[in-house]
Design a protein around this ligand. Structure first.
Ligand SMILES: *Cc1c(COP(=O)(O)O)cnc(C)c1O
Length: 421
């Protein structure tokens, strides 16, 4: 794949972009909501985006700006916007580019919040949608041919663990001049969508980027706008042409700031961004460690758990996604694996016997986490939606942490042998 996923490169890059060599080494937190301008002329220049200084914290602050620069570099993007949460990042991009009557295509399995954002909330505002499986290229091409405005998919379906053909989908979107946004939450460093030609990569930084579960946050990273022939200049994006013509290369940022952040206010706060940077310092070490552990834990659990409890991870030869895992995700596809107990009762009994693993609705933490799906995140979803998202009654999602993989395996194995139904 034409992308850098060298952990040594990222180790150096991340520790030295978060820390400074001279003066305070740790990032500075600038909590001020307002910023004094030198004079009336400077105020005019700042509001016209001709002077690059803080305007008011709803549209950006220096601590967020530092985080944005680091993540843009890490993703091989041109710029980024930090948001209040991962959902904030996805809704910022959707509301900046989509209006009533526009259509969004969603490919593959989805995080529950994204599914309800598209299916319920954006739909209430007249933004239509269609969903299809990762390999339903007939549906994908038909949608692109009818001139839809945006395509959204997750690098790894959460919790379905389906793996899309990322490059093929991006290439098709580029061929049809259609914006493509990838939710890269599960695979920072492992997949670099912008380097593969995507327009926008979004993350819930609450997850792997932070690792510590101490800061809710999100971030959207953008590519550079081309001087000529950019897809944003296609007639279907006419409502942003004025900004693209005025702002050139960096137009994605003012489009999102003016058309979403300014008015909806899904802005990150300085303290949250500081905490995210503290996590980012060690991201490459953690990603490398966790992705090695996931494979090991998946393999050992598939051997050691009793009959009736199955394990799914794309690294397992029995997984339908194994071939794509080996070819496209050589360093792993993130911290998730799933365990299926067959029924809700068995899943509950199993979870209730765990001694170390934490039961919570998060992923990408430094600790191993587990959660039953249909009774929690997907409790509001009907049968059809659950089926499409690959969620059934016995499903437990597990996010592997930094513990010794043998300790993780031991906890699941003792839980499986301790419960009786
Ligand atoms: C958690 C998550 C989100 C939402 O992020 P929040 O920070 O919780 O708003 C979006 N996408 C994926 C894949 C997630 O796991």
């Amino acid at each position: 794949m034409n992308q850098t996923t060298d952990f040594n490169y990222f180790n150096t890059l991340l520790v030295h972009s978060v820390g400074e060599r001279v003066g305070p080494i740790a990032p500075t937190i600038t909590p001020s909501a307002a910023y004094g301008y030198v004079d009336a002329e400077e105020a005019e220049g700042i509001f016209a985006a001709e002077v690059n200084k803080p305007l008011y914290a709803r549209v950006g602050n220096p601590t967020n700006a530092k985080l944005e620069a680091i993540v843009a570099k890490m993703e091989g993007g041109f710029g980024a916007i930090a948001t209040s949460s991962g959902m904030g990042a996805i809704s910022m991009v959707c509301t900046a580019f989509l209006s009533a009557g526009d259509e969004l295509l969603c490919i593959g399995g989805f995080f529950g919040g994204t599914y309800s954002l598209v299916n319920e909330t954006l739909a209430r505002f007249g933004i239509t949608n269609s969903f299809c499986g990762v390999d339903d290229f007939e549906h994908i091409e038909n949608a692109l041919k009818r001139g839809i405005k945006m395509v959204l998919f997750e690098s790894v379906g959460n919790p379905s663990l389906t793996l899309p053909d990322v490059q093929r989908i991006i290439d098709l979107c580029n061929h049809y001049d259609t914006l493509v946004m990838i939710d890269n939450t599960a695979t920072p460093l492992l997949l670099r969508p912008l380097q593969m030609g995507a327009d926008i990569s979004v993350h819930s930084s609450t997850k792997n980027m932070s690792g510590h579960s101490a800061a809710l946050g999100g971030i959207a990273v953008f590519r550079e706008v081309k001087e000529e022939g950019d897809k944003l200049l296609h007639p279907k994006y006419a409502d942003v042409h004025k900004i693209v013509k005025k702002m050139g290369k960096k137009a994605f940022i003012p489009i999102c700031k003016k058309r979403a952040i300014r008015d909806f206010g899904m802005t990150a706060n300085a303290f949250g961004s500081f905490m995210t940077m503290i996590g980012l310092e060690t991201l490459s070490l953690r990603v490398e460690r966790i992705n090695t552990s996931v494979e090991k834990v998946a393999k050992l659990l598939s051997e050691k758990l009793p009959k009736g409890i199955s394990v799914n991870h794309p690294s397992l030869p029995a997984s339908p996604d194994n071939a794509r895992y080996l070819s496209d995700f050589p360093q792993g596809c993130g911290p998730l694996l799933t365990i299926n107990c067959g029924t809700k009762e068995k899943a509950f009994a199993f979870l209730n016997k765990l001694k170390m693993v934490i039961l919570t609705a998060n992923i990408g933490d430094n600790r191993t986490l587990a959660l039953h799906m249909t009774s929690t995140i997907y409790s509001d979803f009907n049968e059809e939606a659950r089926k499409f998202l690959g969620v059934d009654e016995g499903l437990i999602r597990v996010s592997i942490g930094l513990e010794d993989p043998n300790d993780i395996v031991a906890d699941f194995v003792q839980a499986a042998t301790a419960f009786r139904l």
